[in-house]
Write a new protein. Structure first.
Length: 220
Protein backbone atom coordinates (compact mmCIF):
# COMPACT_ATOMS: atom_id res chain seq x y z
CA UNK A 1 0.00 0.00 0.00
CA UNK A 2 1.37 3.44 -0.88
CA UNK A 3 1.34 6.66 1.09
CA UNK A 4 -1.95 7.66 2.64
CA UNK A 5 -2.50 11.41 2.63
CA UNK A 6 -5.02 13.77 4.16
CA UNK A 7 -5.30 17.39 3.07
CA UNK A 8 -5.68 19.52 6.21
CA UNK A 9 -5.80 22.92 4.47
CA UNK A 10 -7.34 25.64 6.62
CA UNK A 11 -10.33 26.82 4.55
CA UNK A 12 -9.81 30.35 5.82
CA UNK A 13 -6.52 30.45 3.93
CA UNK A 14 -4.14 29.76 6.82
CA UNK A 15 -2.02 26.62 6.79
CA UNK A 16 0.36 27.20 9.68
CA UNK A 17 -0.24 26.48 13.33
CA UNK A 18 1.57 29.71 14.14
CA UNK A 19 -0.69 32.08 12.22
CA UNK A 20 -3.86 33.80 13.39
CA UNK A 21 -5.88 30.72 12.55
CA UNK A 22 -3.60 28.49 14.62
CA UNK A 23 -6.37 26.93 16.66
CA UNK A 24 -8.47 26.13 13.63
CA UNK A 25 -5.40 24.70 11.88
CA UNK A 26 -4.68 22.54 14.91
CA UNK A 27 -8.16 21.05 14.98
CA UNK A 28 -8.05 20.40 11.24
CA UNK A 29 -4.73 18.59 11.62
CA UNK A 30 -6.09 16.65 14.59
CA UNK A 31 -9.14 15.66 12.58
CA UNK A 32 -6.89 14.60 9.73
CA UNK A 33 -4.78 12.49 12.09
CA UNK A 34 -7.86 10.78 13.51
CA UNK A 35 -9.23 9.98 10.07
CA UNK A 36 -5.82 8.85 8.86
CA UNK A 37 -5.48 6.75 11.99
CA UNK A 38 -8.65 4.87 11.11
CA UNK A 39 -7.36 4.29 7.59
CA UNK A 40 -3.97 3.19 8.86
CA UNK A 41 -5.56 0.60 11.09
CA UNK A 42 -5.93 -1.27 7.83
CA UNK A 43 -2.45 -0.52 6.53
CA UNK A 44 -0.27 -1.53 9.52
CA UNK A 45 1.61 1.71 10.20
CA UNK A 46 1.98 3.16 13.70
CA UNK A 47 3.61 6.47 12.85
CA UNK A 48 2.30 9.58 11.15
CA UNK A 49 4.32 12.31 9.45
CA UNK A 50 3.26 15.84 8.47
CA UNK A 51 4.44 18.02 5.60
CA UNK A 52 3.27 21.53 4.72
CA UNK A 53 3.60 22.31 1.01
CA UNK A 54 4.33 25.79 -0.43
CA UNK A 55 0.59 26.50 -0.67
CA UNK A 56 0.17 26.02 3.06
CA UNK A 57 -1.54 22.64 2.72
CA UNK A 58 -0.71 20.14 5.47
CA UNK A 59 -0.33 16.55 4.28
CA UNK A 60 -0.21 13.53 6.57
CA UNK A 61 1.72 10.40 5.56
CA UNK A 62 2.20 6.92 6.97
CA UNK A 63 5.80 6.60 5.72
CA UNK A 64 8.71 8.99 6.42
CA UNK A 65 10.70 11.03 3.94
CA UNK A 66 13.24 13.82 4.35
CA UNK A 67 10.85 16.78 4.21
CA UNK A 68 8.25 15.46 6.63
CA UNK A 69 7.96 16.50 10.26
CA UNK A 70 7.42 13.83 12.88
CA UNK A 71 3.89 14.11 14.28
CA UNK A 72 3.08 10.95 16.22
CA UNK A 73 5.46 8.38 17.65
CA UNK A 74 5.00 4.65 18.04
CA UNK A 75 2.98 3.89 21.12
CA UNK A 76 0.89 7.07 21.05
CA UNK A 77 -1.47 5.65 18.45
CA UNK A 78 -1.59 1.90 18.04
CA UNK A 79 -2.62 0.29 14.79
CA UNK A 80 -2.83 -3.34 13.74
CA UNK A 81 0.19 -4.67 11.89
CA UNK A 82 -2.04 -6.22 9.23
CA UNK A 83 -1.70 -9.37 7.19
CA UNK A 84 1.64 -8.43 5.65
CA UNK A 85 3.43 -8.77 8.99
CA UNK A 86 3.28 -12.57 9.04
CA UNK A 87 2.85 -13.16 5.31
CA UNK A 88 6.58 -13.36 4.67
CA UNK A 89 7.67 -15.23 7.79
CA UNK A 90 8.81 -18.34 5.92
CA UNK A 91 10.82 -16.32 3.39
CA UNK A 92 12.42 -14.28 6.16
CA UNK A 93 13.25 -17.42 8.13
CA UNK A 94 14.78 -19.05 5.05
CA UNK A 95 16.98 -16.03 4.29
CA UNK A 96 17.89 -15.70 7.96
CA UNK A 97 19.23 -19.23 8.11
CA UNK A 98 20.87 -19.08 4.68
CA UNK A 99 22.82 -15.89 5.34
CA UNK A 100 23.13 -16.07 9.16
CA UNK A 101 21.31 -12.81 9.78
CA UNK A 102 19.00 -12.45 12.76
CA UNK A 103 15.36 -13.11 11.86
CA UNK A 104 14.10 -10.19 13.96
CA UNK A 105 16.64 -7.86 12.37
CA UNK A 106 15.36 -8.73 8.90
CA UNK A 107 11.80 -8.05 10.07
CA UNK A 108 12.89 -4.69 11.46
CA UNK A 109 14.62 -3.63 8.26
CA UNK A 110 11.62 -4.61 6.14
CA UNK A 111 9.27 -2.79 8.51
CA UNK A 112 11.22 0.45 8.23
CA UNK A 113 12.07 0.12 4.55
CA UNK A 114 8.67 -0.77 3.11
CA UNK A 115 6.24 -1.51 5.95
CA UNK A 116 5.95 -5.02 4.45
CA UNK A 117 4.70 -3.66 1.13
CA UNK A 118 6.25 -5.78 -1.69
CA UNK A 119 5.35 -3.14 -4.30
CA UNK A 120 6.82 -0.15 -2.45
CA UNK A 121 8.86 2.27 -4.57
CA UNK A 122 10.77 5.20 -3.07
CA UNK A 123 11.35 8.58 -4.68
CA UNK A 124 14.95 7.50 -5.30
CA UNK A 125 13.80 4.37 -7.13
CA UNK A 126 14.38 1.73 -4.45
CA UNK A 127 11.95 -1.14 -4.83
CA UNK A 128 10.26 -3.94 -2.93
CA UNK A 129 10.23 -5.19 0.62
CA UNK A 130 13.87 -4.37 1.38
CA UNK A 131 13.98 -1.35 -0.96
CA UNK A 132 16.77 -2.43 -3.30
CA UNK A 133 18.17 0.24 -5.60
CA UNK A 134 18.41 -0.89 -9.24
CA UNK A 135 22.21 -0.96 -9.17
CA UNK A 136 22.28 -2.92 -5.93
CA UNK A 137 19.67 -5.37 -7.19
CA UNK A 138 21.68 -5.93 -10.36
CA UNK A 139 24.88 -6.54 -8.39
CA UNK A 140 23.03 -9.03 -6.20
CA UNK A 141 21.53 -10.83 -9.17
CA UNK A 142 17.97 -9.86 -8.27
CA UNK A 143 16.11 -9.62 -11.57
CA UNK A 144 12.72 -8.70 -10.11
CA UNK A 145 12.80 -6.54 -6.98
CA UNK A 146 9.04 -6.89 -6.64
CA UNK A 147 9.35 -10.66 -6.21
CA UNK A 148 9.21 -11.10 -2.41
CA UNK A 149 11.53 -14.10 -2.15
CA UNK A 150 14.16 -12.67 -4.50
CA UNK A 151 14.00 -9.26 -2.84
CA UNK A 152 14.33 -10.63 0.69
CA UNK A 153 17.15 -12.98 -0.26
CA UNK A 154 19.03 -10.20 -2.03
CA UNK A 155 18.46 -7.68 0.71
CA UNK A 156 19.55 -10.06 3.46
CA UNK A 157 22.61 -11.08 1.45
CA UNK A 158 23.51 -7.41 1.14
CA UNK A 159 22.92 -6.86 4.86
CA UNK A 160 25.20 -9.81 5.62
CA UNK A 161 27.87 -8.27 3.41
CA UNK A 162 27.59 -4.95 5.25
CA UNK A 163 27.78 -6.61 8.65
CA UNK A 164 30.96 -8.39 7.57
CA UNK A 165 32.38 -5.20 6.03
CA UNK A 166 31.93 -3.28 9.28
CA UNK A 167 33.15 -6.07 11.55
CA UNK A 168 29.70 -6.91 12.88
CA UNK A 169 28.91 -3.32 13.92
CA UNK A 170 25.15 -3.31 13.50
CA UNK A 171 24.69 0.45 13.63
CA UNK A 172 27.28 1.05 10.92
CA UNK A 173 25.85 -1.73 8.77
CA UNK A 174 22.37 -0.21 9.03
CA UNK A 175 23.71 3.26 8.28
CA UNK A 176 25.42 1.86 5.19
CA UNK A 177 22.22 0.12 4.11
CA UNK A 178 20.51 3.51 4.20
CA UNK A 179 23.21 5.95 3.12
CA UNK A 180 25.74 3.74 1.35
CA UNK A 181 29.08 2.26 2.33
CA UNK A 182 31.00 5.25 1.01
CA UNK A 183 29.20 7.68 3.30
CA UNK A 184 29.89 5.57 6.38
CA UNK A 185 33.54 5.16 5.44
CA UNK A 186 33.90 8.86 4.64
CA UNK A 187 32.63 9.92 8.06
CA UNK A 188 34.18 6.96 9.90
CA UNK A 189 30.81 6.33 11.50
CA UNK A 190 27.13 7.06 11.06
CA UNK A 191 26.86 9.98 8.59
CA UNK A 192 25.46 13.25 9.98
CA UNK A 193 22.28 12.87 7.96
CA UNK A 194 19.09 13.15 10.01
CA UNK A 195 17.36 10.64 7.76
CA UNK A 196 20.09 8.05 8.34
CA UNK A 197 20.29 8.63 12.08
CA UNK A 198 16.52 8.33 12.38
CA UNK A 199 16.58 5.23 10.17
CA UNK A 200 19.14 3.47 12.38
CA UNK A 201 17.19 4.35 15.54
CA UNK A 202 13.92 3.08 14.09
CA UNK A 203 15.39 -0.21 12.88
CA UNK A 204 17.02 -0.83 16.25
CA UNK A 205 13.76 -0.07 18.04
CA UNK A 206 11.81 -2.50 15.89
CA UNK A 207 14.62 -5.04 16.19
CA UNK A 208 14.27 -4.92 19.96
CA UNK A 209 10.49 -5.24 19.75
CA UNK A 210 10.58 -8.16 17.32
CA UNK A 211 13.31 -9.90 19.31
CA UNK A 212 11.00 -9.99 22.32
CA UNK A 213 8.15 -11.35 20.21
CA UNK A 214 7.47 -14.92 21.42
CA UNK A 215 6.59 -15.91 17.84
CA UNK A 216 10.11 -15.16 16.56
CA UNK A 217 12.15 -18.28 15.68
CA UNK A 218 14.83 -19.06 18.23
CA UNK A 219 18.46 -19.32 17.33
CA UNK A 220 18.11 -17.42 14.04
Amino acid sequence: MGKLTWDTRDLSGGGSLRNKEGKRGFFLILAGILILGIALSLSSSAEIYKYMDPDGVNHLFNVPEDKYDFVLKDGWVRFHLGNHFEKYDLLISKASQKHSVDYALIQAVIKVESNFNPLAVSRAGAKGLMQLMPGTAKALGVNDSFHPEDNIDGGVRYLRYLLDSFNGNLQLALAAYNAGEEAVSRYSGIPPYQETRTYVQRVLRYFQNYTSDPRAPKGS
